[in-house]
Design a protein around this ligand. Structure first.
Ligand code: MD5
Ligand code: FE
Length: 202
């Protein structure tokens, strides 16, 4: 069932599709308590993607840098706990790709509106010996992914509602990004794409 992308990277088309309405309900629950916001970057810019999170810690960016924090700087409160349906989906998908015992302590929620994009980067702020599980919901996006060597360039991969990618092993530090979201409609989310990433930070 998982489709090989590169060493350590596995694509599972549509595995979260039947759960998508419940996952979107969980996202709404979390973002009611920890609102989506466009974070400031150390370079002085502002990300187009709206972000929130849940779990013991969540990723933030501000003028001083990137890091994981136990509290939401916007509300001053702890991040909402990770809903069981999210934790269990991530655990199950990791296991199917051969990574048993995956126990994420953080889920980052990314919201893309039409035109929103994410520039090429590596995810270096959390445990790198553990995979990242990515779940796409709503409007389809073009995902750009390369190798750990930036000059190797990127391939394009369309990610649809319910698609899950497991990024582990040598693919854990691959360069990646998201092309500007097209104006499109999905019955579950309107013009929006959500992406959930499950990570181990400590
Ligand atoms: C997204 N989010 O679609 C992507 C999915 C982020 C981010 O990039 O940092 O929030 S995560 C895909 C990912 C994670 C780790 C490694 C690789 C891809 N990779 O090696 O290509 O909003
Ligand atoms: Fe990333």
């Amino acid at each position: 069932r998982p489709q090989f992308l590169a060493p350590g990277a596995w694509l599972m088309r549509g595995v979260a599709r039947v759960q998508a309405p419940a996952l979107l309900d969980a996202i709404r629950d979390v973002t009611r308590q920890a609102p989506l916001r466009q974070m400031t970057t150390p370079g002085g810019g502002r990300m187009s993607v709206g972000m929130s999170g849940c779990g013991a810690r969540a990723w933030i960016s501000d003028a001083t840098g990137y890091r994981y924090e136990a509290r939401d700087p916007l509300t001053g409160k702890d991040w909402p706990s990770m809903p069981g349906i999210l934790r269990e989906l991530a655990r199950d998908c990791a296991s199917r790709a051969g990574y048993d015992g995956f126990c994420p302590d953080s889920c980052l929620i990314n919201r893309y509106r039409p035109g929103d994009r994410m520039g090429l980067h590596q995810d270096r702020d959390e445990r790198r010996d553990v995979p990242i599980i990515s779940v796409s919901l709503g409007v389809s996006a073009v995902f750009l992914w390369g190798t750990p060597v930036r000059s190797d360039g990127v391939r394009r991969l369309v990610l649809n509602n319910g698609d899950v990618v497991v990024w582990g092993g040598p693919s854990r530090l691959a360069w990646h990004g998201v092309a500007p979201l097209p104006q499109a409609h999905h019955p579950l989310s309107g013009e929006i794409r959500y992406n959930l990433t499950f990570r181990v930070t400590a």
